[in-house]
Design a protein around this ligand. Structure first.
Ligand SMILES: [Fe+2]
Length: 578
């Protein structure tokens, strides 16, 4: 049985396919159309999923769409009556969603009556929770979706038992931890969609001086919280998310009110310098998020008495808060879906249909995130031949694995910057050793070099470490697995000097724990680096330069040629500049 999950007409458009309950492929549309966070209809992602499963659209039995326009209809009508522009927007959304079968048929040039698939609507947070629980290894777990907004709610929680999930509660619009973080991110002068990461990184440079003020901006009580709405505008203007450039990148309307400036001081314009006050504000924003988020998890633990928790939703990407879960909530085991944002809805919706609608038992665990496109040796060879390596003084050699790993590890140990392209592309926003830029973590200057030569990011943003999983407890204060780079832990004090490049200013690292089963070749590379240097850690950042992570070999070659990377490994090829 084939179930296709589609996240369409929403940020992070994506598709996923389950064949007899096993995930076969999952990918974001942005990897194909090269528009970050792309929305619209994910035709290329669907095409890739069908090709990988070896089926046609007519052979799909069920299509799961993670949106239910009829969820919380009363609240939607209440806001529609107060805000005519909002009502118009909802009507447009509804028309698009009801037209998905026709859009699918048209994209694949199939007559609509030829589609035998049954269509299912799965509520946004139900799909988030399903993506976390049904991919986890836990037979029983508490569940939390902590998010911005979807189907008019921002959070939902419950408990999973085998094939079933029970839902215990939710927080409805306009109260939202995600929108709280986004509004203060805007107030601090970071206006782009996804800039919350930058502010989280900035917070490490500050003190929680404004925590009392932020406690009046978000009020909490166990699993419940509400915003001080006088500091926001989204409840008056509607959740304004538009799509710039013909339905492509998401743009959020202004969400903070003048009251926020009265409470916290002048708004920072994007071009203004970042002062200590801004760092303290970012720190306080994060500190209040942690109080509320960890408080929700503490209450959820007390209510369910469960040992494990599964997380999804945009707030579940807050690796700094997640890193505190094992030590401060009572939960011993944490599973965060690697695509915890809205891309992951495609997997969750499909799994919900398989387990909860159709009643099939569990049997799949997502132990790695490599569900995207891969390319054959021949395709890689073609990309190498088509490059201008020869003219640019680069040498390309195809090497046996052992020699490839020895040479590559010594290139990294020499302080060179390496592009590393292997196997299937990662699912979710983190590069996890298949589309990564890898560098020496022992060099304090590496962060500045990477930024100057390749990444062009704000200097206050940290880079991440990948560590051999079995060495985690020797280098970090926590040893709980973090295979998808969704947790930040304190680096042990005595180790900080050894890996300064991926250690953030507050002594933490957003680590990826690498096992030989999840990614054998990447594990071997780090192992070889350890053999040569004594350090079982490399610095890992995504293979891109202000664009979606590279997907095809040709894009990796283009990024290598465009930037000042020193070496590139494409499959078995090692390319070096002379
Ligand atoms: Fe969401």
């Amino acid at each position: 049985m084939n179930i296709l999950g589609i996240n369409a007409y929403h940020g992070n458009a994506s598709a996923a396919i389950l064949c007899d309950g096993k995930l076969v492929a999952a990918v974001e549309e942005e990897r194909f159309n090269r528009v970050k966070y792309a929305a619209g209809f994910p035709a290329a992602a669907i095409r890739y999923c069908l090709q990988t499963a070896g089926i046609t659209l007519e052979e799909v039995d069920h299509v799961a769409v993670p949106r239910n326009p009829y969820a919380r209809l009363g609240t939607k009508l209440f806001y529609a009556l107060r805000m005519p522009s909002f009502a118009k927007e909802r009507a447009k959304v509804l028309a698009k969603f009801t037209g998905i079968p026709e859009a699918l048929a048209a994209a694949f040039d199939v007559a609509p009556e030829k589609l035998k698939a049954k269509f299912h609507r799965v509520e946004h947070h139900v799909a988030h929770l399903a993506s976390a629980f049904y991919c986890s290894p836990f037979e029983e777990a508490a569940l939390l979706s902590a998010d911005g907004l979807g189907d008019f709610a921002s959070s939902m929680w419950g408990a999973g038992f085998g094939r079933r999930m029970n839902f215990h509660g939710s927080v409805a619009f306009p109260h939202s931890l995600g929108l709280y973080y986004s509004a203060v991110t805007q107030y601090l002068g970071f206006l782009k969609f996804g800039d919350e990461y930058k502010v989280m990184g900035l917070g490490a440079y500050g003190e929680p001086e404004f925590l009392p003020e932020f406690r009046e901006i978000v009020h909490s009580n166990g699993t419940r919280f509400h915003l001080g709405l006088e500091y926001f505008t989204h409840h008056r203007t509607g959740p304004e998310m538009s799509w710039a450039e013909a339905d492509k990148t998401p743009v959020l309307g202004k969400m903070y009110s003048e009251e926020m400036a009265k409470k916290l001081g002048p708004v920072r314009a994007p071009e203004e310098p970042i002062e200590q006050r801004h760092k303290n504000l970012a720190c306080s924003l994060q500190a209040r998020l942690e109080e509320v988020y960890l408080g929700m998890l503490q209450r959820l633990h007390a209510e369910t008495g469960m040992k494990s928790v599964c997380l999804a939703g945009g707030v579940a990407f807050n690796c700094v808060a997640n890193g505190k879960i094992p030590s401060s909530t009572g939960f011993e085991n944490v599973y965060v879906h690697p695509a915890a944002g809205d891309a992951g809805l495609a997997v969750g919706a499909a799994q919900f249909v398989w387990h909860q609608v159709l009643g099939n038992p569990r049997g799949f665990v997502m132990e790695h995130a490599y569900w995207g496109p891969e390319f054959s040796r021949e395709e890689i060879r073609t990309a190498v031949k088509a490059s201008r390596f020869g003219e640019n003084g680069c040498g390309a050699n195809e090497l046996p694995e052992e020699e490839l790993l020895q040479k590559t590890a010594s290139i990294i140990a020499d302080g060179k910057i390496l592009g590393w392209f292997q196997g299937r592309a990662e699912w979710g926003p983190r590069a996890l050793g298949n589309r990564s830029i890898v560098a020496d973590p022992r060099r304090p200057e590496m962060k500045e070099i990477l930024n100057r030569r390749i990444k062009h990011r704000e200097i206050f943003r940290p880079f991440a470490p990948s560590i051999l999983a079995e060495k985690t407890g020797e280098w970090f204060e926590q040893a709980h697995p973090s295979p998808f780079m969704t947790m930040a832990y304190a680096v042990k004090r005595e180790k900080r000097e050894q890996i300064p490049a991926p250690t953030h200013v507050d002594g933490t690292g957003r680590l990826q724990t690498v096992t030989p089963t999840a990614n054998p070749r990447y594990w071997k590379l780090i192992h070889e680096f350890e053999r040569q240097t004594g350090v079982p850690v490399v610095l890992n950042t995504s293979f891109n330069d202000n664009e979606p992570i590279v997907c095809k070999p040709q894009e990796a070659v283009d990024c290598f040629e465009r930037t000042q990377m020193d070496a590139l490994v494409l499959g078995d090829f090692l390319i070096t500049r002379s």
